[in-house]
Design a protein around this ligand. Structure first.
Ligand code: NAP
Length: 234
């Protein structure tokens, strides 16, 4: 039997990334990435994976991650980028540091990671970028977040145009509001997806042949009625 291929899950210490790592562990050797080493260690022990504590906003950390992957000899079969932060606030009260941080984690980090890993991606491998329904529609208090996710989706299109001819698939998965620590805020809608639903979609994508082009999958949160939706879309 073939050895399991490597899946790298970035943002694996919590929420959607952690559920995705759990579900992928049956099919792949999983390498968990995020900043909180204690949480990564606990999950790695649970699912039998490995971890690298790294900050996606650091070009140096992403270079180190690239080196660790190159040393393994074979590139990953799957890369999932699920690192993200939100920091909601109206534009006039958004600090420059907060704006830069949201753009840096949600968008720049995906670029830093991709530029390190692309050289080791073989035909038949794939990248999944976790976006949000906020990419499609600007909303109050979410200017930085919505801009970062819209940027991530345009970045994904460019990445796909460069990588599909090399046999590497690129997908965007855009969930609606999902019950994770990111949404642990006052006033959020009680109608939320379970993180495992998003993980199941990533798992499903990972089983398709890479010549099947699925640019984007959107997951709607449950609604209680057609006109009764509360809160914002994340
Ligand atoms: N929850 C929602 O309603 C929702 C809806 C649509 C899309 N999304 C997207 O889904 C993705 C996962 O979010 P989640 O809901 O699962 O939130 P979460 O539970 O807060 O998880 C966020 C993950 O991002 C990691 N992260 C944050 N900053 C990082 C950094 N500088 N370097 C490395 N990792 C970093 C965190 O790890 P560390 O803190 O340990 O670094 C954590 O693992 C995000 O891209 C989010 O925008 C979420």
């Amino acid at each position: 039997m073939d050895a399991k291929r490597l899946a790298i899950v970035v943002g694996a210490s919590s929420g959607i990334g952690a559920e995705t790592a759990r579900i992928l562990a049956g099919q792949y050797e999983v390498l968990l990435v995020a900043r909180r080493a204690d949480r990564l260690r606990a999950l790695a022990d649970e699912i039998g994976g490995e971890f690298v504590a790294a900050d996606v906003t650091s070009a140096e950390d992403m270079r180190r991650l690239g080196e660790i992957v190159r040393e393994r000899g074979r590139g990953p079969g799957l890369v999932v980028y699920s690192a993200g932060v939100m920091r909601p606030s109206p534009v006039h009260r958004t600090g420059v540091e907060d704006w830069d941080h949201v753009l840096s984690v949600n968008l720049r980090g995906a670029f830093l990671l991709a530029r390190e890993l692309i050289p080791v991606l073989e035909p038949g491998s794939r990248i999944v970028l976790v976006s949000s329904v906020a990419a499609d529609k600007g909303q109050p208090n979410l200017s930085a977040y919505a801009a970062s996710k819209a940027g991530l989706e345009r970045f994904a299109e460019s990445l796909a145009a460069e990588l599909e001819p090399k046999g590497v698939a690129v997908h965007v998965v855009a969930p609606g509001p999902t019950a994770t620590p990111l949404l642990d805020l006052p006033g959020t809608s009680p109608f939320q997806l379970e993180a495992v639903r998003v993980a199941e979609v990533v798992d499903w994508l990972s089983r398709l042949p890479t010549d099947v082009v699925i640019k984007k999958i959107t997951l709607r949160a449950p609604v209680k009625g057609p006109f009764a939706r509360e809160g914002h879309d994340r």
